[in-house]
Write a protein that binds this ligand. Structure first.
Ligand SMILES: Cc1ncc(COP(=O)(O)O)c(C=O)c1O
Length: 409
């Protein structure tokens, strides 16, 4: 059976228009990497680009590179490159800070734009940082958190809600929200909407402006392959550029930072989302990842992502493994991942990693496998599924070494 499945996988790889892009990434031999939804793989071009920025622009150019290499413009120029990946205009996206910090800025800004309303509506089980970022504003008496289950969000949108805050593709289950419908429902209730695109940006088509979204944020280190701790991005629809005031009023968000004025005056447009000096090395690495995603094209990536995960499920089925799938069965309703529930998910995940199949575990019982379509092959699907079947069947995961929890799971 293994040979027949591998044969089919290789035929699919031979017909895959994206197959050549795998070679643009550095992937260790013997590893099947199913965690690009957590940390994207390293583009081969990144080390030489960083070398150039470090030796040439920093080493030789020194401080002059803020102007000569346009370091000063990188947050905006990289934001403009991310924009088409998420259905935004180039002047509506900026690459800066972390997703958490950008969430804070935009939640606070939304509260100010909806005076008299304090409620931030989200769902239980949203990514922790999205929920925690409301807490700081709650402590200051500025916000009030309300959580409603999927399916009950529309009815929880009343006249107290300032902002609907949701993650487009759920980090644990991979379920995708209907961005257009929920944005409309929020607007009908007089609320604004902030979408966390961490698990969709760069992997699936996102059309913020077609949905009339107000705000969005997203990670640079997942599907954008920007490297560990890469700068994140923030989107503000152009119609809000004058009205949006974020609370982290650092000098890089000032209209003329180098006027060194005593008084803060926000920059026009998306620039006012900036706070302090941007991390140039991180931005340089992010730019390589973003360029690569743009070159491949989000539509093609999404098509392949669906094909990969469908094939993975098909192979599991052929082997007769019936695990509890918590992701939607319909590939159009999920992001680029499959999540399975199992009481021993942690140990199974570790046993897979022991075999070179790298996925991750999300507490308390989720085995999460991400299918970054830019560099995965159908052959990887066939082999990863076989490893999962074997680990499950032979009880390999019962080895005590696979139950020792590391700090990062
Ligand atoms: C939905 C979502 N939002 C935000 C983050 C992370 O935010 P930060 O980069 O600030 O740690 C993650 C990380 O996995 C995430 O899944």
């Amino acid at each position: 059976m293994r040979d027949a499945l591998l044969q089919r996988a290789r035929e699919l790889d031979a017909a895959d228009p994206l197959a050549g892009f795998r070679d643009r990434f550095m992937l260790p031999d013997g590893v099947i990497y199913l965690d690009g939804n957590s940390l994207g793989a390293l583009p081969k071009e990144t080390p030489s680009r960083l070398e150039c920025v470090i030796r040439g622009e920093w080493g030789e150019g020194l401080i002059r590179s803020w102007n000569s290499a346009d370091w000063i413009g990188m947050t905006r120029s990289i934001g403009a490159k991310i924009a088409p990946l998420v259905g935004a205009n180039p002047n509506e996206v900026i690459a800066c800070d972390s997703t958490s910090v950008n969430l804070f800025k935009l939640i606070a800004a939304a509260l100010e734009m909806r005076p008299g309303r304090k409620v931030i509506l989200s769902e239980p089980g949203n990514f922790p940082t999205d929920l925690y970022m409301i807490a700081g504003l709650e402590r200051q008496g500025l916000a009030q958190r309300r959580l409603a289950d999927r399916g009950k969000l529309a009815e929880a949108l009343d006249a107290d809600v300032a902002l609907l805050l949701l993650t487009h593709v759920h980090y644990k289950t991979g379920e995708m929200h209907d961005m257009a419908a929920l944005t409309k429902a929020a607007h009908d209730a007089g609320a604004l909407v902030l979408w966390d695109l961490s698990h969709s940006g760069g992997a699936l088509p996102v059309d913020l402006n077609a949905c009339e979204a107000d705000f969005a944020v997203g990670c640079g280190y997942k599907y954008l392959n920007g490297g560990p701790g890469a700068p994140a991005y923030a989107f503000v629809a152009e119609r809000h550029h004058e009205a949006v005031h974020q609370p982290l009023t650092g000098w890089f968000g000032h209209e003329v930072p180098f006027a060194f004025s005593d008084d803060y005056s926000p920059a026009p447009g998306i620039d006012r989302l900036q706070c302090g000096t941007p991390p140039i090395l991180g931005l340089a690495a992010l730019e390589v990842g973003v360029d690569l995603v743009a070159e491949i094209g989000v539509d093609r990536l999404a098509r392949k992502s669906r094909a990969l995960s469908e094939f993975f499920l098909e192979v599991l089925g052929e082997w007769g493994l019936d695990l509890e799938l918590v992701s939607p069965l319909d590939s159009a309703a999920r992001g680029s991942q499959l999540s399975f529930r199992h009481p021993e998910a942690y140990a199974i995940c570790q046993a897979l990693i022991g075999r070179g199949v790298i996925g991750d575990f999300r507490d308390p019982d989720i085995l999460r496998l991400g299918f970054a379509p830019a560099y995965l092959r159908f052959e990887d699907m066939a082999e990863a599924a076989r490893h999962l079947v074997e680990v499950h069947a032979n009880g390999e995961w019962q080895n005590p070494e696979f139950n020792q929890r590391a700090a990062v799971t």
